[in-house]
Design a protein around this ligand. Structure first.
Ligand code: NAP
Length: 266
């Protein structure tokens, strides 16, 4: 039976060159290569940086098969393989010398006056003010009121996304083997008029975070899911939760999270 691998690349010159080279090498060892999503593919290879990796996962609607990345981008926290190591990668893949990192996504159920819609994120869901406006929201957890929050917004990140926007906003880096959600405020206002929490809050994977804009501001909320903006009219509330949908990231067998953190950040 033919073994199929899907290859997805961004349009950067180096990525397109890498795509050509990778295709030749995969064909040489007997794989069939598809550039579109193929239901029978056993592996998806994304060529680009972290942004392209996230785009591949969203474009292919959170596939069940493992996804691995070849890094032609800047940071490359998700893409594990250097374009110079394609031969070693193919050899290791054929020998099944790799590990699968199974990571949870977070979901956000956005309810407007007329309907609810679910979106899913690998890194984070950001709730912020549209057109640079301050947001004023009510924050509840498991239906218990926590606080009225005012500020630029808040990031709700997965452990995998903790090294991305969350980290830049002062949140903690989380070991991805821990299943939780981290809520990090963006420029919280603390004055006599408004009191907002200033540090990140860690929620268990069973928690449901509810963010409800105050009535008069309901059209000024912007939701950013893994870097992509979503606008909704008349938002009533946004419920954020750890999803049952999980992703399989294929990692080389020498992958270790904290070494990667130290190499990329410290
Ligand atoms: P982008 O330019 O694609 O990404 C911004 C930076 O974040 C890039 O250097 C990217 O790496 C890196 N990145 C993405 N996911 C990461 C992860 N899990 N761990 C560590 N670094 C990661 O920006 P975008 O298209 O707007 O959004 C994509 C992601 O970027 C978002 O999910 C968000 O987490 C992050 N972002 C960060 C900031 C910030 O740090 N101030 C602001 C907005 C968005 P590559 O260079 O390899 O692509």
């Amino acid at each position: 039976m033919k073994r199929i691998i899907t290859v997805n690349s961004n349009q950067v010159h180096k990525s397109l060159e890498t795509k050509k080279l990778l295709t030749e090498k995969l064909l040489n060892v007997g794989f069939e290569v598809s550039y579109d999503f193929h239901p029978d593919a056993e592996l998806i290879i994304s060529i680009g940086g972290d942004g392209s990796f996230l785009k591949t996962i969203h474009d292919f609607d959170f596939p069940e098969v493992p996804v691995v990345g070849i890094n032609t981008g800047h940071l490359g926290f998700f893409p594990d393989i250097s374009p110079d190591n394609i031969d070693a990668f193919i050899e290791a893949y054929l020998k099944e010398d790799y590990i699968i990192q199974n990571i949870p996504l977070i979901g956000a159920s956005v309810c407007t006056n007329t309907h609810c819609l679910d979106v899913f994120a690998v890194n984070e869901v950001v709730v912020k003010g549209d057109k640079s406006r301050t947001i004023h929201i009510n924050l509840k957890v498991n239906d218990k009121h926590i606080q009225k929050f005012s500020g630029d917004g808040m990031i709700i990140s997965t452990p995998t996304g903790s090294t991305a926007y969350n980290y830049a906003a002062g949140g903690s880096i989380v070991d991805p083997s821990i299943n939780l959600m981290q809520l990090t405020p963006l420029y919280p206002i603390n004055t006599n008029a408004y009191r907002s929490f200033t540090s990140s809050i860690i929620f268990s994977s069973e928690s449901i975070i509810t963010i409800a804009p105050e009535y008069r501001f309901e059209n000024s909320i912007l939701i950013v899911v893994d870097g992509v903006e979503h606008r909704y009219s008349q938002i009533c509330d946004i419920k954020i939760f750890v999803s049952h949908i999980r992703m399989n990231l294929l990692r080389m067998s020498d992958y270790e999270f904290w070494s990667r953190v130290s190499e990329k950040f410290l």
